[in-house]
Design a protein around this ligand. Structure first.
Ligand code: F6P
Length: 341
């Protein structure tokens, strides 16, 4: 078989580890051939390719980003997009696709599968918000980066008797905030799943100051005050209808400073959470996903995504993975709440 591989949406550490595993096992065990599609769905749409063989994947396991490039191109938003993809795949002799992505990229894969394109999905995203898998790769790395930042912020906050508000990514799911906040011993953790009461946050801050510690607040970029709106960076939507989030940390630091009379600073971790080398956990998960994805392709098990269930890699229908977002359940947040204040 000749198999196309693409990476779409926001990049994350571990993408290259998947590509390597798919190609190494695909060539070495099954004798398949590969073609790399550049920049997500833009690749098959515009016929943008690059060679992808064992030589091209040497040494990429620890490297962040993606050797294939990425984009948020949505072929369903482009006139004749699906027909162009089908035509390009046929002309290039590409029999099947491995699509590595999050809800948007795999949402496209789900619809293309229904339209007869042979595709297998691999779940990636630092947000960890995909259904039908316990974890996505990239998440563990992002949490560790945020945790290390929080550890560092504790010492500078204490030296200056300040509150530090740390804004982390995750879009409409609070997984990165919850895990990094727990690991970093945050004073309060605020998630998109639960609108927060500003007065309560201020109470937690005051109580932390009373014990001579400086409060560290971890806020997810999608968190919303109970009385107020989600803070966004401009109103423009991307091709999948997402608005750019960001700014809640700065808003919250301002409110805390005003209400406590003590200095507060906001630190936005932003894309540092997505860059650089993957953790061991993410390298192993991404590699296992890649090995199992190429098995699914070899067996012609189309329309499936590989996922993690406990410690096992399983196959699930793509449609199950993208039907709804996996957000933080109430009970998990309740566990963390015991430590606030
Ligand atoms: O989905 C991954 C993610 O990093 C989100 O956490 C964040 O909201 C978004 O992508 C940022 O996207 P961009 O790369 O377009 O700034």
């Amino acid at each position: 078989m000749r198999i196309g591989v693409l990476t779409g949406g926001g990049d994350c550490p571990g993408l290259n580890a998947v590509i390597r595993a798919v190609v190494r096992k695909g060539v070495g065990t099954y004798g398949h051939e590969f073609v790399g599609f550049k920049d997500g769905w833009k690749g098959p749409l515009e016929g943008l390719t690059k060679p992808l063989g064992v030589q091209e994947v040497r040494g990429i396991l620890p490297r962040g980003g993606t050797i294939l490039g990425s984009s948020r191109t949505n072929p369903f938003k482009i006139e004749g997009g699906v027909e162009r993809i089908k035509k390009n795949l046929a002309e290039m002799g590409v029999d099947a696709l491995v699509a590595i992505g999050g809800e948007d990229t795999l949402g496209v894969a789900t619809k293309l599968d229904e339209l007869g394109v042979k595709v297998v999905g691999v779940p990636k995203t630092i947000d960890n918000d995909l259904n039908a898998t316990d974890y996505t790769f990239g998440f563990d790395t992002a949490v560790n980066i945020a945790m290390e930042a929080i550890d560092r912020l504790h010492t500078t906050a204490e030296s200056h008797h300040r509150t530090v508000v740390v804004e982390v990514m995750g879009r409409h799911a609070g997984w990165i905030a919850l895990h990094s906040g727990l690991a970093g011993g945050a004073n309060v953790i605020l998630l998109p799943e639960r609108p927060f009461d500003l007065e309560k946050v201020v109470d937690h801050v005051e109580s932390r100051f009373r014990t001579n510690y400086s409060p560290i607040i971890v806020v997810a970029e999608g968190a919303v005050p109970a009385e107020g709106d989600m803070v966004t960076l401009g109103g423009e939507l991307d091709a999948f209808g997402h608005v750019r989030l960001g700014g809640i940390g700065t808003w919250l630091a301002g409110q805390i400073e005003k209400r406590t009379g003590k200095e507060a600073r906001a630190v936005v971790l932003g894309h540092t959470q997505r860059g650089g080398t993957p953790t061991a956990f993410d390298r192993v998960l991404a590699t296992r996903f890649g090995l199992h994805a190429i098995d699914a392709v070899h067996e012609g098990d189309w329309g499936k995504m590989v996922g993690l269930s406990g410690t096992d890699i399983v196959r699930v229908p793509l449609v199950e993975a993208t039907r709804e977002l996996k957000t933080v359940p109430v009970e998990k947040y309740a566990e963390a709440e015991v430590l606030f204040g």
